[in-house]
Design a protein around this ligand. Sequence first.
Ligand code: FAD
Length: 391
Amino acid sequence: MQISVVGGSIGGLTAALVLRNLGHEVDVFERSPHVLMQRGAGIGLLPETSRYLTDVADMDIDDISISTSSIVHLARNNSILHQTKHQYRFSSWNTVYRQLLSCWGTERYHLNHEMTQWSNVDVSPISVSFANGSSVESDLVVFADGVNSMARAQLVPGSQPRYSGYVAWRGMVPESEVSASSRACLGDSITYHVYANSHILVYPIPGLDGEVEPGKRLINFVWYRNYASGGDKEDLLTDINGVQREVSLPPGAVSPHHVAEMKAHAAARLPAAIAEIVMKTKEPFLQVVFDLAIPQMNFGHACLLGDSANLARPHAAAGTAKAADDAWALGHALSTSQSVNEALQKYNESQTAIGHQLINRTENIGRRSQFDGTWVPGDRDLIFGLKAPGA
Ligand SMILES: Cc1cc2nc3c(=O)[nH]c(=O)nc-3n(C[C@H](O)[C@H](O)[C@H](O)COP(=O)(O)OP(=O)(O)OC[C@H]3O[C@@H](n4cnc5c(N)ncnc54)[C@H](O)[C@@H]3O)c2cc1C
């Protein structure tokens, strides 16, 4: 088949690679005019996200990620409140994206192709049009256009992402700039601090060029803070040029007074080792936390994939894993079905169920930490995983 994948991030690229390996003619259309850069900083790396790189491209997982051996909760005075032995892997969005793109190549990765409309998805071929005036005909269209998906908005009317009540402040610091005492405290762990209506986590990720050697890595933080909508949130999301954003503010775009408030709060309230990471971050950035469950992912000869479909909060570190798992499931369904219709129905059944359980789990984690105050260190429900905690 002639397949168009709209959106060239981790979900779109994984889908393109899996479908090309099944013998299809695949093209990826990405709206950005440039190869994507540094989006999303660190990611907890679950096996689904790296599956193509390790199982097909035969990469060594240690070359694209960093392993941590325990989960630590620090008390406000920087002492260890709780410690559990548990191995995680961390990488960066950029490291995974660059490796997937190197597997895919640039020939059929069409930058500067912002999809603007498409023809009836029930009639094949589907014609997809782009802002640059070009169009393409396809037997199957995979919409992997992310959190603000235009495809989702039109195919599932009324499907607005739901604001969780909090945002994630994020940033990274070169490990070499962190004091010896904080490095010793943060060690070989993911480190949490949980307090009233907030929590922050800190973990090592590869350097900007993918370096995984100690000393050349980055220390990444994700700090969940509540902002009421109807004033506080909108003020926070108004960038330095006065433009109000909806989903994220990239590095350098957050108003200086919000950065100053955030850093002052870190200094006053967080354990010293974690506060140091926040305060040394040069250009913190923001991602708004949303969720959204949609009833179906298949539409005639098209489907939604990754964040363009069901959208889960980040607490299970499973966003890219869900997108990649959707890609593998789509490939499996297509290779074991008699028609596109049958394949997309199978795809929809398995992946909608996975998406919905993830949304429920992560909504629960978010509510407990940000609103109810019932997050207990060591609770197994809080372990990362796509299909279940730790799985
Ligand atoms: C605070 C936070 C922390 C997170 N931590 C983790 C983590 O630890 N582990 C993890 O696995 N995940 C994590 N995630 C989730 C993860 O970032 C997303 O789930 C993942 O990036 C989704 O991938 P995707 O390919 O579906 O969509 P996206 O990465 O959003 O990509 C969508 C792509 O589509 C393109 N596009 C959009 N519209 C169009 C259009 N009209 N035409 C053409 N192209 C278009 C965009 O430019 C973009 O490249 C986190 C998310 C947040 C907010």
